[in-house]
Design a protein around this ligand. Structure first.
Ligand code: MBD
Ligand code: FE
Length: 300
């Protein structure tokens, strides 16, 4: 058996020095260990697959294009990494005894902070959107069944072309984005339009990679939420709309049991109706962190 190229002194030395591990106390020790592992795995992948320099530089160019197109946050869910982070948080919670409450699912890349705030009810669309009128309502409760008055429902979704305001400059600022405080019974209600599914930009680097993996870049119609209330764990979630052809074929892997919303339609009405309650778990010392720090855009 020949020795792996990775195990040779020259390559081991390169890995140690490039990750700063021989620099003693200088720098960040945890980061050094992580970079060392990532580089070892990458060097090994290059060697095991006999990746040629042309292929390597094509990949480097792809990463450059991904950043330039502001699609890093789009490829991450596409590769299942954002769902994997959720699986890890779910697992840590289960171990710590957190078992009840509405399931979390990924935030995705299209949240904008600072949407208009109102009490009890909001209209999300600016009146200029086509699409079926959607009335959605529900209650925010604690896991013991107690309604949570004054909880914050931060909601955002796409229009019927799959576009999100701010990222789609044809929409007005904060279109289809609102923050609603629940009333004394923990209830929220909003009027909007029923969104369509999302598709990755067809000419972008994310879709280009997905295409080469034989995959599509489509999401089912969905509505995003951050739900928060004092002394409770913040919930990042979405509802995915029942009946969508991509419901169980989401490129971002966000559909979960417990997050599929049925749309009701009154026989005498052209409006779509969704009722969905959110259940938050009380915050208790020792639980894994629920709130995720992440840089967000803010419309001005
Ligand atoms: C979206 O609307 C979305 O929610 C995710 C996760 C990725 C791309 C677009
Ligand atoms: Fe989305």
């Amino acid at each position: 058996m020949t020795e792996s190229l990775i195990e040779t002194p020259a390559v081991q030395d390169l890995l140690t020095r490039s990750s700063g591990l021989e620099r003693g106390e200088e720098g960040d020790g945890r980061l050094k260990q992580i970079v060392h592992r990532l580089l070892t795995d990458l060097y090994r992948t290059i060697d095991d697959f006999d990746i040629q320099p042309d292929e390597f530089w094509a990949a480097a160019q792809h990463l450059t294009a991904l950043g330039q197109a502001n699609e890093v946050g789009l490829l991450i869910p596409g590769l299942g990494l954002e769902a994997f982070l959720d699986i890890r948080t779910d697992t840590a919670e289960r171990k710590a005894g957190v078992k009840a409450g509405t399931p979390r699912t990924i935030e995705g890349p299209l949240y904008v902070a600072g949407a208009p705030l109102s009490d009890g009810f909001a209209r999300l669309d600016d009146g200029g959107e086509e699409g079926k009128v959607l009335i959605m309502n529900g209650q925010v409760r604690s896991t013991d069944g107690r309604p949570l008055a004054g909880a914050l429902v931060d909601v955002w979704h796409a229009n019927t072309r799959g576009g999100y305001s701010f990222f789609d400059p044809s929409q007005k600022p904060y279109n289809l984005r609102r923050r609603i405080r629940t009333d004394a019974e923990g209830r929220y209600r909003f009027q909007s339009i029923l969104p369509s599914g999302y598709g990755c930009p067809p000419d972008g680097p994310t879709q280009q990679l997905l295409g080469r993996l034989g995959r599509h870049g489509r999401r089912p119609a969905h509505i995003h939420f951050f739900i928060s209330a004092p002394d409770h764990r913040r919930l990042t979630t979405q509802i995915n709309i029942d009946g969508d052809e991509y419901l169980h074929d989401d490129f971002a892997f966000a559909t979960r049991d417990g997050l599929i919303a049925k749309v009701a339609s009154a026989a005498d009405s052209s409006e779509a109706l969704i009722t969905f309650d959110f259940v938050l778990h009380p915050e208790t010392p020792g639980l894994p962190k629920a709130e995720v720090q992440r840089t967000h855009a803010a419309a001005s």
